[in-house]
Ligand binder design. Structure first.
Ligand SMILES: Cc1cc2nc3c(=O)[nH]c(=O)nc-3n(C[C@H](O)[C@H](O)[C@H](O)COP(=O)(O)O)c2cc1C
Length: 323
C-alpha cells in the first residue's frame, strides 16, 4: 500500500517522501540569494518536506528590473550554491523554478519592452505588451536553457519550468492571450509549441539525467482561457518527450483558505492518462485527504505552498517518526 512517506525516485533524484514545497516567490532587489532565504529554506528542510521548489527565478536580464531571484548570469551562482548546500545538509532536494514574467509584470516596468504572444492586455496587471517575434521566442528559450544549466552546476536537483499562472509561457496556451497566426498560434499544436520547445531546449542543455519539471494551469479560470482538452494535449506531448513531472495548478487565489486539494479531479485525469509523475498543488493540507487521493488516483506527489508558509514544520507533525 502506498503512503505519503514512501521513498521514490524522479530520474536521478531520490525523494524521501511525497511532500513538495510548491514555489513561493522571494523578493530580492538584486536577484541574489540572501541569508534570510537560506534560513527559510533550512527551516523548511528541517520541517520535513522531501523536496523544495524555489520561488520563480528570472532567466533573462531583460527583466532584471523585477525584484525577483535571478539566474541569468554566472554572478548569481555562488548564492545558489550556498542555498543548495544548506538544503542538502538536511537530506532534502531543491528545485529551481524558472520564469519569464512578460506582461504579468512584477514590479516597475518603466522603460522595459514587455513581451507576450500577442499585443493583448494582461487580465491581472492590465499591461499592454508587444507581440513577441520568432527571434525573441528563440532567445528566451535559450535563456531558459542557460539558466537551467547554471542551476545544475549550482547543485540543484532539478529545475521547474513555470508554465502556469498567466506568465509568458502559459499565455501561449491561452486563446485570449495568443492570437498569433504563425506556427505559435491557432491550433493547440501551435499554441503548445512554445512550452514544448522550451522543454526540449532545456533538456538538450542539461542532459538526460537531470530532472526537468513543469508547472501548468489545468484551467485559467476565465472564458477565453485554455480548455481542459488542450491541457490534456500538452501533457501528452510533454510526457511523450520525457518530462519528469507535471505540477498541476491554476488560479488558486479564487479558492477560500478552507478549500482543500481543489484541483484533484483535473490532476487525477492527467495522472490517469500520462505515464509521468504528477504533482498536485492547490489547497493541500490534510494528510488523510492526501493519503486517500494517493490510494484512489495515480497522483504521486503533493505540492504545498501556504500550508508550509503557515507552518514550516507541518510535515514533521504529520508523522514525526517517519522523518
Ligand atoms: C506568497 C505566494 C507566492 C507564490 N509564488 C509562486 C511562485 O513564485 N511560483 C509559482 O509557481 N507559484 C507561486 N505561488 C503559488 C503556489 O506555488 C501554489 O500554486 C498556490 O499557492 C496554491 O497552493 P497552496 O494552496 O498550497 O498555497 C505563490 C503563492 C503564494 C501564496
Amino acid at each position: 500500500m502506498k503512503t505519503v512517506f514512501d521513498k521514490t525516485r524522479i530520474r536521478s533524484m531520490s525523494l524521501k517522501n511525497r511532500f513538495i514545497r510548491a514555489a513561493v516567490a522571494e523578493k530580492t532587489a538584486d536577484g541574489q540569494v540572501h541569508e534570510d532565504m537560506v534560513h527559510l529554506y533550512t527551516r523548511l528542510a528541517q520541517g520535513g518536506a522531501g523536496t523544495l521548489i524555489t520561488g520563480f527565478t528570472l532567466v533573462d536580464e531583460a527583466e532584471q528590473a523585477f525584484p525577483l531571484l535571478a539566474c541569468y548570469h554566472d554572478s548569481f551562482c555562488q548564492g545558489h550554491k550556498t542555498l543548495t548546500q544548506a538544503v542538502h545538509e538536511h537530506d532534502t532536494n531543491i528545485i529551481l523554478q524558472l520564469v519569464y514574467v512578460g506582461s504579468y509584470v512584477m514590479g516597475d516596468a518603466r522603460g522595459m519592452t514587455i513581451l507576450a504572444p500577442s499585443a493583448v492586455e494582461h487580465v491581472t496587471s492590465k499591461v499592454l505588451p508587444q507581440e513577441i517575434s520568432i527571434a525573441q521566442i528563440k532567445h528566451i528559450q535559450n535563456k531558459f536553457a542557460q539558466a537551467a544549466l547554471r542551476a545544475k552546476q549550482a547543485g540543484y536537483d532539478g529545475i521547474e519550468i513555470h508554465g502556469a499562472h498567466g506568465f509568458l509561457l502559459s499565455q501561449f496556451m491561452t486563446p485570449y492571450y495568443n492570437r498569433r497566426t504563425d506556427g505559435y498560434g491557432g491550433s493547440v499544436q501551435n499554441r503548445a509549441r512554445m512550452l514544448v520547445e522550451t522543454y526540449e531546449t532545456i533538456r538538450e542543455a542539461v542532459g538526460d539525467d537531470f530532472p526537468v519539471l513543469i508547472k501548468i494551469n489545468v484551467t485559467d479560470g476565465f472564458e477565453e482561457g485554455v480548455s481542459f482538452e488542450d491541457v490534456l494535449y500538452l501533457c501528452r506531448v510533454l510526457t511523450g518527450k520525457g518530462i519528469d513531472a507535471i505540477e498541476t495548478s491554476g488560479p488558486w487565489q479564487r479558492f477560500s483558505p478552507e478549500a482543500s486539494s481543489f484541483y484533484k479531479q483535473e490532476a487525477a485525469r492527467i495522472a490517469a492518462e500520462n505515464d509521468t509523475n504528477i504533482i498536485m498543488t492547490g489547497g493541500n493540507k490534510d494528510v488523510h485527504e492526501m493519503t486517500a487521493i494517493l490510494h484512489t488516483t495515480s497522483i504521486a506527489y503533493f505540492g504545498m505552498a501556504r500550508a508550509l508558509m503557515r507552518e514550516p514544520g507541518l510535515i514533521a507533525r504529520f508523522a514525526p517518526h517517519e522523518l
